[in-house]
Design a protein around this ligand. Structure first.
Ligand SMILES: O=C[C@H](O)COP(=O)(O)O
Length: 244
């Protein structure tokens, strides 16, 4: 399975920051065995695609409906028209701040896949769930609610423990491997063994140049979803290289 290293710029970046894409695209071209994506804010998508058409450029969210009276929202078809080839849905920051439920995430994922976009569905436990030993139950519940039954080879799952995002903390490699194995088993139950085997499962949460190689070497870790360390080529390129 080709590893996917995806950068999520969140609400960061500017036209000037797109210059970072040049060295990122060069690193991606030099590591053809690794797929590289960047998800900038919506406003930068078209320029990012124009600047580096070889990179996979994506959106950080999409609406479940194709069009309508949804002020501030962007549909999956709009992302695709802008040149995006993937969408992230269900990021924990949107589940928290926009109160997105599993059902809403599932509808967004269906819309994204319907528009032909590779679709990264994010799941991950809270710090409280982890402390109670509830990590696997919470992740399995999110998968049951968020993954469309129709999902095929456009589907990617990102396991992002909420407490690890932006904190500098990560689970142990063994813990990551355990949750990724649980995700693979859950997907097999939801989609069947054959389709589940094709789904890439990314780890996200404080991935950096120093810890990437160990995390990416864990079983069932098929790439990474990277936040702050994707904002500059200096930080992101070593993570791409670690996946090769
Ligand atoms: O989408 C990316 C994740 O939320 C991880 O963010 P981070 O690498 O800054 O911890």
């Amino acid at each position: 399975m080709t590893p996917l290293i995806a950068g999520n710029w969140k609400m960061n970046g500017s036209r000037a920051a797109l210059a970072e894409l040049d060295a990122i695209a060069a690193a991606a071209a030099a590591t053809p065995g690794v797929e590289v994506a960047i998800c900038p804010p919506f406003t930068l998508i078209e320029r990012a695609v124009a600047r580096q058409p070889g990179l996979l450029i994506g959106g950080q969210d999409c609406h479940a409906e194709p069009h309508g009276a949804f002020t501030g929202a962007v549909s999956a078809a709009m992302l695709a028209e802008a040149g995006a080839r993937l969408a992230i849905v269900g990021h924990s920051e949107r589940r928290r701040d926009q109160h997105e439920t599993d059902a809403m995430v599932c509808a967004k994922a269906e819309a994204a896949m319907g528009a032909g976009l590779m679709t990264i569905i994010c799941v991950g436990e809270t710090e409280a769930a982890r402390a109670d030993g509830g990590t696997e139950a919470m992740v399995a519940r999110q998968l049951r609610g968020s993954v469309p039954h129709s999902a095929g080879d456009h589907l990617v799952i990102a396991y992002e423990p909420i407490w690890a995002i932006g904190s500098g903390q990560t689970p142990t490699v063994e813990e990551v491997a355990g949750v990724h194995a649980l995700i693979r088993r859950s997907l097999a139950g939801l989609l069947g063994e054959t389709r589940a085997a094709m789904v890439r499962i990314l780890y996200g949460g404080s991935v950096n140049a120093h810890n990437a190689a160990a995390l990416l070497a864990a079983p069932h870790v098929d790439g990474a979803l990277v936040g702050s360390a994707s904002l500059t080529a200096a930080d992101f390129v070593p993570i791409i290289e670690a996946a090769a």
